[in-house]
Write a protein that binds this ligand. Structure first.
Ligand code: SAM
Length: 234
């Protein structure tokens, strides 16, 4: 599958430059993956589907405003954050992770690809959410494969601006996870805006939950590092 095939399959507007950058980023990930553990997926074609295409599934133009700001929390090797930054050069994109070495790779790759709308932040979510530059700030926050819904909701929602969106990328168990997180979602003044189901070309089901944050985050959230994992609010 080419970059353009992926954009077309998902009905996403994008030109040849974007399509080529998506493919090139995948190549850079695969190349680096030989010497450093970036992703469990070793095959380039499989990574195009399970990393790049999968990352694109979170995109919905309605929730990604022109010139807006995006945070990808627990970005790892840049999925979905780097893919979205390539797709939307007009947006300011912050890629945050608690592990520094993957962020260094992202910086190198951004330089090679000429992607200039990306900033990496090395921090735990629970600490960065106390920083006034990030708190209640982003138009949209994404997270893929980062903890269960009650935990990632407590971490991600403090970063979302009032009226903004948290797009949680989940699998077939999304509804159960959503029910599980009803306590923390209501404490955070958040409700489900919409949800999207996708089937990857490799057959796996993905569900994106788009949650709208309607009020500023109460001061006590997020609780101190590790607390949400130890005692998730359900
Ligand atoms: N989102 C990427 C993807 O889908 O390929 C990476 C997923 S990986 C399973 C989870 C990532 O979350 C790791 O890179 C880990 O370092 C990061 N992470 C875990 N706890 C975190 C925290 N408290 N704050 C920030 N990042 C965290």
């Amino acid at each position: 599958m080419t970059g353009m095939d992926m954009l077309n399959a998902l009905h996403i507007q994008g030109d040849e430059t974007i399509a080529a950058r998506l493919e090139k980023y995948n190549e850079l990930v695969m190349e680096k993956n030989r010497v450093m553990n970036l992703t469990g997926i070793k095959d380039s074609g499989e990574s195009l589907i399970k990393n790049v295409y999968d990352s694109l599934t979170v995109y919905d133009a309605r929730y990604f405003p022109q010139g807006g700001s995006l945070l990808d929390l627990g970005t790892g090797a840049g999925f979905p954050g780097m893919i979205l930054a390539i797709l939307r050069p007009d947006m300011q994109v912050v890629l945050m992770d608690a592990i520094r070495k993957k962020l260094r790779f992202i910086e190198e790759a951004a330089e090679i690809l000429g992607v200039s709308n990306v900033t990496v932040v090395h921090s735990r979510a629970e600490d960065a959410a106390r920083d006034g530059a990030f708190r209640d700030h982003f138009d949209v926050v994404t997270a893929r494969a980062v903890k269960s819904m009650p935990v990632i909701s407590e971490w991600a929602l403090p970063f979302v601006k009032k009226g903004g969106i948290f797009a949680a990328m989940k699998g077939p168990g999304a509804q159960d996870e959503l029910r599980d997180a009803s306590g923390i979602l209501s404490l955070m003044g958040t409700r489900l805006e919409s949800e999207k189901e996708c089937i990857l070309p490799s057959g796996e089901k993905r569900v994106i939950l788009y949650l709208r944050k309607n009020s500023l985050t109460p001061k006590r959230f997020p609780r101190k590092a590790g607390e949400a994992e130890r005692k998730p609010i359900k």
